[in-house]
Each structure stands twice: as structure tokens, then as C-alpha cells.
Design a protein around this ligand. Structure first.
Ligand SMILES: Nc1ncnc2c1ncn2[C@@H]1O[C@H](COP(=O)(O)OP(=O)(O)OP(=O)(O)O)[C@@H](O)[C@H]1O
Length: 293
């Protein structure tokens, strides 16, 4: 990838109190949706704030489309739109007023498009933000961010509080735009459904370290539960890809690399009598909590 990655972190570290995030090296590819997953307090919001220059990294660099905040903030910030969790300081403005305030910043801003999105989300444009319900506030923030048509979207828990229809609208908007704009999305979530619906790639934050990106479809293809039959089943540590073995009620194992595991078992004379993709929540729990090997 060139130095114009939508987001590039190099040797990035952020320390706050006794919490350390990093070092992280990461380069996002254009046009993909990255979902950042991690336990409470793992640093997801901190990372997004550092990308938006709302917090300064302790060391290392943050570049958006090759631009660094060291060379001036405005050109960098115009590349990205950010939906924080929660959006604060806007209580006395209507959505329409907020659009007028920030729209001028962005080259791609289009008032009609913005109003159309507000309509699709069914969020009032003439009501003060502070008087909106929690879900409507989220929709207002998303309307603004999407309306900027910025090439990088940073969404902190964007579906938190959204009703089912609005979640579907968000998915439709992102999918429709993927056809016309090369837009990269980095979003955080605690929802397995969000990962299923939105992610092209998954990033994991664990103990301050970033793992991934993992291509979602590939993850769901390669992690499987296999049922086995054979006189002598090798130790799990000897089976490539295997992460877990259970004898009861029938011999079975979980693998992170179904192809490698199956090939090895065949050579060891162990029959695979059945297989099943791992459920998304089980897979994510294993990824987040770690598995041996
Ligand atoms: N304003 C703050 N002052 C000091 N420490 C903070 C502050 N905000 C967050 N932290 C600390 O930074 C660490 C990362 O917090 P952060 O909010 O980034 O995590 P998160 O992954 O977004 O969590 P959650 O899933 O609960 O939203 C935590 O240890 C937290 O205590």
C-alpha cells in the first residue's frame, strides 16, 4: 500500500494514567469497513480520539491520507468525519444549524444530500439536539458525519441506541456509498450483529495491543468445529490449527484453520464425521480471550 493509506499508525503509543495503548502499527486499505472490537476499557475510543487529534499520542505517528497533524490540523481533519460516543457540546443547536456550521468545512458537503439522510433516519432537523432522544441524537450525529462525504469515517459505537429500521438505513447508506465513494470506515462496537452486518475486516484490541486486520469472511470460513472418529486421536497441540479438543459427548475439536487441520487428520487416519462453522459470538469470544497456540 502507498503512503496515502486512509489511516496509518506507526509505532503509535498512548499512555493515560496506568493504561498503555500500543505500540500499534496499522495501515487501513481504502474502501473497506473495519470493525474494532475489544473489552470495555481496552482503548477503542482512545484510539479514535487520537486519530481525530482530540488526544495526542505519547509517541509514534498518525497519518490520514499521508497527512500529519504536525503540518497543520485543518487539512487532516477535513479527511475524516467522527461520530463520538456520546457527541457533546451541541445541546443548543438543531441538526440543521449543526449542518450549516460544519458543512462548509468539507469539500463533498451537499445540503440536499444531508437533508435526505436526515429524512431517511427520520430525525428532526429543527429540534435542538439537547431535546432529542438518545437514539435520535445518534442518528443526528450519523447524519452529520455521513453528510460530510469525508473519505474516512470514524464511528464510535454507531448503532448504540439505534432502532432496527435506523440500523438497516445505516447499513443501506454505507453499502450504497461503497458503490460511488471510496470511503473507509473504522467503527467500534460491542455487537456481534454489527460485526456480521458491517465488517469487511475485524481489528481486535487486547491488553493494549492491536491484532488484525482479519478478513471477516475468511475468519468465518476457517474457524470450524469438527467431529472426529478414530482409534487414536493426536494431542491437540500436534494438530495444525486446532485450538480446543473435547471428548464429550463425541470427540470434537475447534480449529482456526479448517483446511490445515482436516489435511493433517486425514494423514493421521482420523475421520472427520461432521463440521460446522463456529457461531460468530463463540468465534469472537475465542479471539478476544485468546486461545493457545
Ligand atoms: N478521560 C479519561 N481520563 C483518564 N483515563 C481515561 C479517560 N478516558 C478513558 N480512560 C482510560 O483509558 C482506557 C481506555 O478507555 P477507552 O474509553 O478508550 O476504552 P474503550 O475500549 O472505548 O471502552 P468501552 O468499550 O467501555 O467504551 C481505560 O483504562 C480508561 O480508564
Amino acid at each position: 500500500m502507498t503512503s496515502k493509506a486512509p489511516l496509518r499508525l506507526e509505532r503509535f503509543v498512548k499512555r493515560t494514567g496506568d493504561f498503555t495503548l500500543g505500540p500499534i502499527d496499522l495501515a487501513l486499505e481504502p474502501g473497506l469497513v473495519y470493525v474494532l472490537v475489544g473489552a470495555n476499557g481496552s482503548g477503542k475510543s482512545t484510539l479514535l480520539k487520537c486519530v481525530m487529534n482530540l488526544m495526542k499520542p505519547t509517541s509514534g505517528s498518525v497519518r490520514l491520507f499521508g497527512l500529519s497533524y504536525d503540518e497543520g490540523e485543518s487539512p487532516v481533519k477535513r479527511q475524516a468525519a467522527y461520530v463520538p460516543e456520546p457527541l457533546e457540546g451541541c445541546e443548543s443547536f438543531t441538526l440543521e444549524e449543526m449542518g450549516e456550521l460544519i458543512g462548509g468545512w468539507y469539500d463533498g458537503w451537499d445540503r440536499r444530500d444531508f437533508l435526505g439522510r436526515a429524512g431517511a433516519f427520520r430525525v428532526a432537523t429543527n429540534k435542538k439536539y439537547g431535546k432529542l432522544s438518545q437514539g435520535d441524537r445518534k442518528k443526528a450525529a450519523l447524519t452529520l458525519a455521513l453528510g460530510t462525504r469525508a473519505p474516512l469515517l470514524l464511528l464510535d459505537e454507531p448503532t448504540n441506541g439505534l432502532d432496527i429500521t435506523s440500523r438497516n438505513r445505516l447499513k443501506q447508506m454505507l453499502a450504497a456509498e461503497a458503490e460511488t465513494i471510496e470511503r473507509t470506515v473504522l467503527m467500534t462496537t460491542h455487537s456481534v450483529e454489527d460485526i456480521r452486518q458491517f465488517a469487511d475486516c475485524i481489528l481486535l484490541l487486547k491488553d493494549g495491543r492491536l491484532e488484525g486486520p482479519y478478513e471477516k469472511d475468511e475468519l468465518f470460513r476457517s474457524w470450524k468445529r469438527l467431529w472426529l472418529s478414530g482409534d487414536s486421536i493426536p494431542a491437540v497441540s500436534d494438530i495444525p490449527g486446532a485450538v480446543e479438543y473435547d471428548d464429550a459427548p463425541y470427540p470434537q475439536l475447534v480449529t482456526r484453520d479448517a483446511a490445515a487441520t482436516t489435511a493433517y487428520l486425514a494423514s493421521a487416519g482420523v475421520a472427520v464425521t461432521g463440521e460446522q462453522p463456529l457461531a460468530a459470538d463463540e468465534l469472537l469470544e475465542k479471539l478476544l480471550n485468546g486461545v493457545p497456540g
